[in-house]
Design a protein around this ligand. Structure first.
Ligand SMILES: NC(=O)c1ccc[n+]([C@@H]2O[C@H](COP(=O)([O-])OP(=O)(O)OC[C@H]3O[C@@H](n4cnc5c(N)ncnc54)[C@H](O)[C@@H]3O)[C@@H](O)[C@H]2O)c1
Ligand SMILES: O=c1ccn([C@@H]2O[C@H](COP(=O)(O)OP(=O)(O)O[C@H]3O[C@H](CO)[C@@H](O)[C@H](O)[C@H]3O)[C@@H](O)[C@H]2O)c(=O)[nH]1
Length: 461
């Protein structure tokens, strides 16, 4: 038995709500989907006739939006109307790390989630299934239920947890062919209803149902395990640099053991993105709040290692450039936290830039998808120096070759494919000598660059 779903509303038109619901709309033409957001500019961008202006850059997204938008996919700022009309509501709002009060710097800030619950409760006149799509601390569904049941108009709400596992840059392929779809809930009819929606394109064997709390906790746990692998290999990268081992060779050697597996073993300048750090901090906070200090300390180390990796990348640049970068031009190739996304949240580049700027470096940045406005906002947000100082020390340019002109060093911060194919001969000849490259992604070809005369340094070699 399942409920009949004709209309879905998704609250939150961000990196998750936008792509996820676009794919649901594409795969389920019989369901009308409205994605709502309080951010007027964001909704206008989702509705922009020019698909190059969508607020989220993801390979394959524009085609899907082009197919479904105006047919059964709508973007709107009228939250009340969409909530009122919907049979099922996905909550896909942001759950950032709290930056005030109890749990500051650790706990997830649930104020946006609570606002959604209160808004749904005040508007709803018919029974609804509420789906937690945002990443939430375990047991949030209990709080949601309490708010909905005590402030509602006597309507029935069924709460499901359906965490999203897409990775940015590959969101569309992850959504079209997910390793698994996880649905946690208490009411079987509600669970079956959501299962039926996914069955439109996901094989039954990839749809997993659990109780609410396992589903909520699995999301935080999955991210903690993935990030832990990155920190683990990054810790080994430092040891490689001291011993003559090569971290790529070590990764390959251990990854061929099927018990370990080869994915998420790429050493880097440190993981970024809006999820890993936030979700581990939250896991650590939850563990501590239950008095589980050993558990908390264990996962905390993943973050400590990641911070260390970013710091030592910057330190290595300073040391190699004869212990000073003051007044020296350093070119950053890449600012996004990984390739194929315009998202910069928690990007390692931000922190590396900040360390170098504190040493009075002058940084020029090129990223194929990130705007100058975004880059300055990321630096200003740290509050290390004034916005005027950031603009005086940092230049953002649209041409990579020009970016590298007269630079003392180039630092590769994001693994954009295009960086591999640049005219490195020309770049070398327009740089200061010796011409240094610090490859934080192990993207470029050492032999080729050394033959051109570059001094090439890569993580873990
Ligand atoms: N970014 C990812 O790759 C990813 C992947 C899986 C899960 N998640 C989780 O999904 C959630 C959303 O992440 P995101 O990256 O899409 O965030 P985001 O900041 O890109 O988008 C969230 C949107 O929600 C809107 N919003 C907030 N409160 C609202 C309200 N009361 N009414 C209407 N709109 C409101 C904001 O204006 C914003 O546009 C988070 O919990 C995150 O942890 C993110
Ligand atoms: O071997 C690796 C793999 C990743 N990274 C870095 O780790 C960060 C995160 O990468 P990735 O996990 O690919 O992207 P996200 O979009 O952050 O996706 C993660 O976070 C999402 C939000 O919760 C989850 O849904 C996804 O399953 C989970 O992979 C990036 O900075 C990567 O450069 C490495 O340094 N080495």
């Amino acid at each position: 038995m399942s409920f009949n779903i004709k209309k879905i509303c998704c609250i939150g038109a961000g990196y998750v709500g936008g792509p996820t619901m676009s794919v649901v709309a594409q795969q389920c033409p019989h369901i009308q989907i409205t994605i709502v957001d309080v951010n007027v500019e964001r909704i206008a961008a989702w509705n922009d006739e020019n698909l190059d202006n969508l607020p989220v850059y993801e390979p394959g997204l524009t085609q899907i939006v082009a197919e479904a938008r105006g047919r059964n996919l709508f973007f709107s700022t009228d939250v009340d109307k969409a909530v009122d009309e919907a049979d099922m509501i996905f909550i896909s709002v942001n759950t950032p790390t709290k930056n005030y009060g109890k749990g500051k710097g650790m706990a997830a800030d649930l104020k946006y989630i609570e606002l959604c619950a209160r808004q749904i409760a005040s508007v709803a006149k018919t029974d609804k299934i509420i789906v937690e799509k945002s990443t939430l601390p375990v047991r949030t569904a209990a709080a949601l239920k309490s708010i909905l049941d005590h402030t509602g108009n006597g309507v029935n709400f069924h709460i499901l947890s359906n965490p999203e596992f897409l990775a940015e840059g590959t969101a569309i392929q992850d959504l079209l062919a997910p390793d698994r779809v996880l649905i946690g809930g208490e009411n079987q009819e509600a669970i079956d209803t959501l299962v039926k929606i996914y069955q439109n394109w996901v094989p039954d064997t990839n749809i997993l149902t659990t109780n609410l709390w396992s589903s909520e906790l699995s999301k935080l746990t999955a991210n903690a395990f993935l990030a832990q692998r990155v920190s683990s290999i990054n810790s080994i990268s430092e040891l490689c640099e001291k011993t003559g081992a090569n971290v790529d060779e070590v990764s390959k050697a251990i990854g061929m053991d099927t018990r370990i597996g080869s994915k998420f073993l790429k050493a880097s300048v440190g993981f970024g993105g809006s999820c890993f750090q936030k979700d581990i901090l939250n896991l650590v906070y939850i563990a501590r709040s239950y008095g589980l200090n050993e558990v908390a300390d264990y996962w905390d180390q993943v973050i400590i290692m990641n911070d260390h990796q970013k710091q030592r990348f910057a330190d290595n640049i300073i040391q190699t450039l004869y212990n000073t970068v003051s007044g020296k031009k350093i070119t950053f190739l890449g600012w996004a936290f990984k390739k194929d996304t315009n998202d910069t949240r928690e990007s390692a580049a931000i922190y590396v830039a900040d360390y170098l700027l504190s040493e009075q470096a002058e940084i020029t940045i090129y990223d194929p998808k990130v705007t100058a406005e975004r880059i300055y906002a990321d630096l200003d947000y740290l509050n290390t120096r004034s916005p005027e100082e950031n603009r005086a020390l940092v230049k953002v340019v649209n041409d990579p070759i020009q970016a590298c002109q007269d630079a003392h060093a180039i630092a590769v911060l994001t693994e954009w494919d295009e960086f591999k194919n640049y005219d490195w001969y020309t770049i070398k000849h327009q740089m200061k000598r010796p011409a240094f490259i610090f490859d934080g992604r192990k993207l470029l070809n050492r032999k080729y660059l050394e033959d051109l005369g570059f001094k090439y340094y890569a993580i873990g070699e």
